[in-house]
Design a protein around this ligand. Structure first.
Ligand SMILES: Cc1ncc(COP(=O)(O)O)c(C=O)c1O
Length: 384
């Protein structure tokens, strides 16, 4: 059973950081890997051609291990979710009148990519909004999502848990439904991968796109994407020389090469070697895997459960455990809470969390401990 790991992070003792869904803190080891990466660039004569490729290869292997991808060649290094999605959308075959199914209030990096395709190809965007009733909300939302997928659906593009309120989507059910109708399933794993188990071999999404800087505790401007066989012959958003066959041979780079490296390699970002970011991301993945996503969930469950119970008793609404993760929890506040006062009190208690309308978003990780929730509850009670 995991214990609190705050000693592995630089977070000061008096800070209660309940906001990993906004930005994950770098573990000290990841920070060190980054500093080492900075030094590399100061002495470029030490950088050999292999350094452009080998660390990226290792990073792809680590990501494959994390989310159970049999072939690391199916992983591409990306700078952002919007980039990973642009590669997806650019290669989706669709005809006028078909539709794309998205969850309501999906993170914009997903929406805008599909919006462009929909405008170009005259597709319908089906935004499946959250039900208004609070009882059975998660179950009803999942049901509505399945109902929206039909014979005209090109793709369902969704997260594992909703970025704003933590609602969990049943990806296995969506996969089954999309298979029945011949649609793609594209997953944005940014708010779950690292802290929640994800298994590509079992779920078989057509694409999985993840930014590194939240639950994978990696650097900003880096991420990893899995592209399944649907995308094997597609065209990437940019043409990096690194993605061409035999690009390791620097002597022969101008013998222009028509062939890409296999599988998803064509979708990797230009300058993917990132001498600072890649070792940071790899170190972070080693740490995350050392803990295990299952154990991170269990830690969050154990820590948060009693406090969530107390919040419920004071009138807060929290999704049923079946339809949420234990790392990202949306809490709808009861009427009568003075939000400005709550924000003020949270700042005074040095509690960092996200406010959204009359709801808060709590992110729980291994650096969190009882006193973070004690401070949160203190700020909440003072705002009633
Ligand atoms: C679900 C989700 N996807 C993606 C992102 C980031 O997107 P991008 O990498 O395009 O900036 C966020 C950031 O909050 C997010 O919550």
């Amino acid at each position: 059973m995991l214990t609190c790991q705050k000693h592995l992070f630089s977070l000061p003792d008096e800070i209660s950081y309940l906001n990993c869904a906004y930005m994950g803190p770098l573990p000290k080891k990841v920070e060190e890997a980054g500093l080492k990466g900075v030094s590399v660039k100061a002495l470029p004569y030490q950088v050999v051609p292999e350094d452009f490729f080998q660390p990226v290869k290792q990073l792809k292997q680590l990501f494959s291990q994390l989310v159970d991808i049999a072939d690391p060649e199916r992983v591409a290094i990306i700078p952002s979710v919007s980039y990973g999605m642009a590669n997806v959308v650019r290669n989706v075959k669709a005809e006028a009148g078909q539709n794309v199914v998205l969850v309501g209030e999906v993170f914009p990096s997903n929406y805008y990519a599909w919006r462009r395709l929909a405008d170009e190809k005259k597709l319908e965007i089906r935004l499946v909004n959250a039900p208004t009733a609070s009882k059975g909300r998660g179950a009803a939302w999942n049901e509505a999502l399945l109902q929206a997928i039909d014979g005209q659906t090109v793709a369902a593009s969704l997260p594992h848990v909703h970025w704003a309120d933590g609602t969990r989507f049943d990806l296995a059910a969506v996969r089954q439904r999309t298979r029945e109708v011949g649609a793609l399933m594209v997953v944005d794993g940014t708010q779950s991968v690292g802290a929640m188990p994800f298994d590509v071999e079992t779920l078989q999404p057509d694409a999985l796109i993840c930014a590194a800087y939240k639950w994978m505790l990696g650097p900003y401007s880096l991420g990893a994407a899995y592209y399944g066989s649907y995308f094997d012959d597609g065209s990437p958003v940019e043409e990096s020389w690194m993605n061409r066959l035999h690009s390791e041979n620097f002597q022969a780079l101008v013998n222009y090469q028509p062939a890409y490296k296999p599988s998803a390699n064509r979708y990797g970002m230009g300058e993917s070697s990132q001498f600072i970011g890649v070792p940071m991301f790899a170190t972070a993945l080693e740490m995350v895997m050392g803990w295990g996503a299952e154990n991170i969930q269990e830690y969050g469950r154990r820590l948060a459960l009693p406090w969530l119970g107390e919040l419920r008793e004071m009138g807060c609404q929290i999704e049923d455990e079946t339809f949420r993760g234990h790392h990202l929890i949306g809490v709808r506040l009861p009427e009568g809470v003075d939000l400005d006062r709550f924000k003020e009190k949270a700042i005074a208690e040095k509690v960092y969390l996200s406010f959204r309308g009359n709801a808060i978003r709590l992110s729980v990780h291994l650096y969190n401990e009882e006193k973070d929730f004690e401070r949160l509850l203190k700020a909440f009670k003072a705002s009633l």
